[in-house]
Design a protein around this ligand. Structure first.
Ligand code: T3D
Length: 265
């Protein structure tokens, strides 16, 4: 256990990180955001961690920014704080951290994921949700615009028409529908969520995680490339990973008809 508002549990090489402000549906206040970035930063530097599961306590995954946090409320003199500064201080580092994380991150979405809570879930590598969970692009409901990567990620995941419908209407999107339209990897019964997320994380942890992290980066980078640029980048990466210890191990294990033991991190 680390901070109270962010719980950690270690099982072998898998770290489970739980957002823990259930009375506020795990809404992000400044303290929890800081603790989450610190926790993920430590995990990124810990070479014994080979996969992370991110989930929430209670009935929600995360209701987005805590709207009662003084950091985002009107000041005593009636002026408003600069929310752009809050984004820059907390949300941008968090999303950058997730999208450049050295090992795979599984989001186990146990309940509603709203606003920045949805963005953070969707920034993870594999998103698995309880069937009763839902995703709400809640920003417009309170007069804000999508943030924490939502403008970049949503159209890439589900196309412009669905992304716009989601952010303009702010409707609750049930997890099975999120799965159907390709917003998330899949959904399972609530009772099976934790086990399914751990099983996914264990599978990923046993894979060549360094190559998986580079694969995520390559997929993201290719969105802004021509096919020709992507082909060049793939060749560059293959030169690098073709010289890795994990590739040697993969080849040796294939030849010996045994399970590979990957160690690069
Ligand atoms: O500000 C910046 O830095 C910019 C960044 C913005 C990013 C954002 O995330 S903007 C979007 C912020 N989030 C929202 O607008 C969502 C607000 N919440 C809701 O719309 C609803 O709570 C839900 C649809 C998520 C769930 O509804 P429901 O009916 O299941 O639960 P509830 O009764 O509304 O909420 C339960 C409790 O959680 C309640 O507290 P109470 O009355 O029991 O003491 C409610 O106030 C609290 N809660 C829910 N969401 C938040 C929250 N408290 C603070 N902030 C929240 N976001």
């Amino acid at each position: 256990m680390q901070e109270n508002n962010v719980l950690t549990h270690r099982d072998g090489n898998i770290l489970t990180v739980t957002l823990n402000r259930p009375a506020a549906l795990n809404a992000f206040d400044s303290a929890m955001l800081g603790a989450l970035v610190d926790t993920l930063g430590q995990a990124a530097g810990d070479h014994s961690v080979r996969a992370v599961v991110l989930t929430g306590s209670g009935r929600a995954f995360c209701a987005g920014q805590d709207l009662s946090d003084p950091a985002v409320a009107p000041r005593a003199d009636g002026t408003m704080p600069d929310l752009g500064a809050v984004i820059e201080r907390h949300y941008t580092p968090l999303v950058r951290c997730l999208r450049s994380f050295p090992v795979p991150v599984v989001a186990a979405v146990n309940g509603v994921a709203a606003g920045a809570g949805a963005s953070v879930a969707l920034a993870c590598d594999v998103v698995i949700a309880a069937r009763e969970a839902s995703f709400i692009q809640a920003f417009g409901r309170v007069g804000l615009v999508p943030d924490s990567g939502a403008t970049w990620l949503l159209p890439r995941l589900v196309g412009r028409a669905r992304a716009l419908g989601m952010v303009l209407l702010g409707e609750k999107l049930p997890a099975p529908e999120a799965e159907r339209i390709g917003l998330i990897w899949g959904c399972v019964d609530a009772a099976e969520l934790a086990g399914a997320a751990q099983a996914l994380a264990a599978r990923l942890a046993a894979m060549p995680v360094k190559a998986l992290a580079a694969t995520r980066q390559a997929i993201d980078d290719a969105q802004a490339m021509t096919l020709d640029q992507a082909l060049v980048e793939e060749g560059r990466l293959q030169s690098r990973f073709g010289a890795s210890a994990d590739y040697r191990e993969g080849l040796a294990a294939f030849g010996a008809k045994r399970k590979p033991v990957f160690t690069d991190r």
